[in-house]
Design a binder for this molecule. Structure first.
Ligand code: HPA
Length: 256
């Protein structure tokens, strides 16, 4: 029997990252959750002797819309597997004009514009009501650790930003993006919440690695096309994977 255990780390991959090519897949897990089915089986990988879990947020094949992802089952299921750290990968639009496509950003704040998503474990029915602190939605330890790995690799990343999470699946209007900018958002995506809040409710360390795949509506002065998004993913997601692989090996087992 192999005595190695997967570490308490999970990567949640979003659009453009539905698996981890280049690393060895060990097995799949099917954790059960009272909150329902996870988006996909949880895959266990090994890179450089380090094990981690991977979950495709939008399923296999990529088909679950952002507002239909069962975020509660995903976070609860990972927590039941023994996960204590989650790095989420999210494709985003840039509200900030200085973040061109393929820029990698580690946000440090969130504004939640979503509605009608199952967004809490603590609504007083399934689990007792609790008001958790969410002042700093991302784990600063995880963020700094990822930033350190990027710097070791000589990879330029934007070290902080405000992620505005919209309901989707449609993209925003120009006026909506102008409002996001006035609110202080730098990025716009559809999957950052309620995932981050649920991770905090389950006391998981959680950080986001965001890849800019388009200028948000009105920022690029052109309509947004799927072709440009796909091109940015093709050009940029490899660097996100490199960063994660380098970080997983550099951080070693002791930091789990
Ligand atoms: N808006 C919202 N979500 C997104 C975008 C966008 O422009 N690009 C990628 N995800």
């Amino acid at each position: 029997m192999n005595s190695k255990q997967a570490s308490g780390l999970a990567i949640i991959g979003g659009t453009g990252l539905t698996q981890m090519p280049g690393v060895s897949k060990i097995r799949e897990h099917h954790p059960e959750s009272p909150y329902g089915a996870l988006s996909a089986p949880v895959e266990e990988y090994e890179v450089g002797g380090e094990r981690f879990y991977f979950l495709a947020r939008h399923g296999h094949p990529h088909s679950i819309a952002p507002h239909r992802v069962n975020y509660r089952a995903n976070i609860d299921g990972l927590s039941r597997l023994g996960v204590s750290q989650v790095v989420a990968v999210n494709a985003v639009g840039a509200v900030h004009p200085g973040m061109p496509s393929t820029t990698i950003v580690l946000p440090d704040q969130i504004i939640d514009y979503t509605s009608d998503r199952e967004h809490t474990f603590f609504d007083g029915t399934e689990e007792p009501l609790q008001h958790i602190d969410f002042s700093w939605p991302y784990s600063e330890n995880l963020r700094q650790s990822l930033l350190g790995a990027a710097s070791q690799m000589g990879l330029t990343v934007v070290p902080r930003a405000v992620y505005g999470c919209t309901q989707g699946p449609r993209l925003e209007t120009v006026a909506e993006v102008q409002r996001l900018a006035r609110d202080g958002c730098d990025l716009v995506g559809m999957t950052g919440m309620p995932e981050a809040g649920l991770a905090r409710e389950r006391q998981l360390d959680y950080a986001c690695v965001a890849l800019v795949v388009n200028p948000a509506a009105g920022i690029g002065h052109q309509e947004i096309t799927m072709a440009e998004i796909e091109q940015a993913i093709a050009q940029g997601m490899g660097q996100v994977r490199n960063l994660l692989q380098h970080w997983i090996q550099a951080r070693g087992p002791s930091s789990v």
